[in-house]
Design a protein around this ligand. Structure first.
Ligand code: ZN
Length: 172
């Protein structure tokens, strides 16, 4: 498969960076996303890194991510995020809430690691979902500002989280 992977936002502290709670979304999306890219490459897939580290604004960051994703044909585009706002667990956004096998599997496999399964949700309003040409999904691994989610994430480590998402993408 040809898979585009986006490690969430710009790097920590920059315009367009991710949420900061007990852990820092910008940092953890790279911990998980970079491992995910390695796993997929080692499995023989073509991986396009669609991560944008520096931008003048959130909108510039989003536009750059989509430009990188749409620069070549992809079978799947996956954006890795961590949630904030005090909820619990994992959720996956797709265009129109379509229950792609990869999206359902991402929820199931993160749930199998112990995260609450918040399900596949309508991400039509999300720029990287509605502007990418390829089939796309945005994975919110867990909440950066919920202690029990952070504890579980630390206990598992980014490797296991990345492996779960890789398995969901490849159907293995
Ligand atoms: Zn995010």
């Amino acid at each position: 498969m040809r898979i585009g992977i986006n490690c969430g936002h710009t790097v920590s502290g920059q315009p367009g960076c991710g949420a900061v709670g007990i852990i820092d979304e910008s940092k953890e999306t790279r911990e998980v996303g970079n491992r995910l890219m390695t796993i997929l490459k080692n499995a023989g897939h073509t991986v396009v890194n669609c991560t944008n580290d520096y931008a003048k604004s959130t909108s510039e960051n989003l536009a750059e991510i989509v430009r990188m994703a749409n620069a070549q044909p992809l079978d799947l585009f996956v954006s890795i995020h961590f949630n904030s706002g005090g909820g619990k667990g994992s959720e996956v956004y797709t265009f129109d809430g379509r229950r792609h096998a990869e999206a359902v599997a991402a929820c199931d496999k993160l749930h199998a690691l112990g995260f609450v399964n918040r399900g596949v949700k309508d991400g039509s309003h999300l720029y990287v979902i509605h502007r990418t040409i390829a089939k796309s999904m945005l994975v919110e691994v867990c909440f950066v500002d919920t202690q029990s989610d952070v504890d579980l994430y630390h206990e598992l480590g980014a490797d296991k989280v990345a492996a779960a998402i890789a398995a969901a993408i490849t159907g293995k």
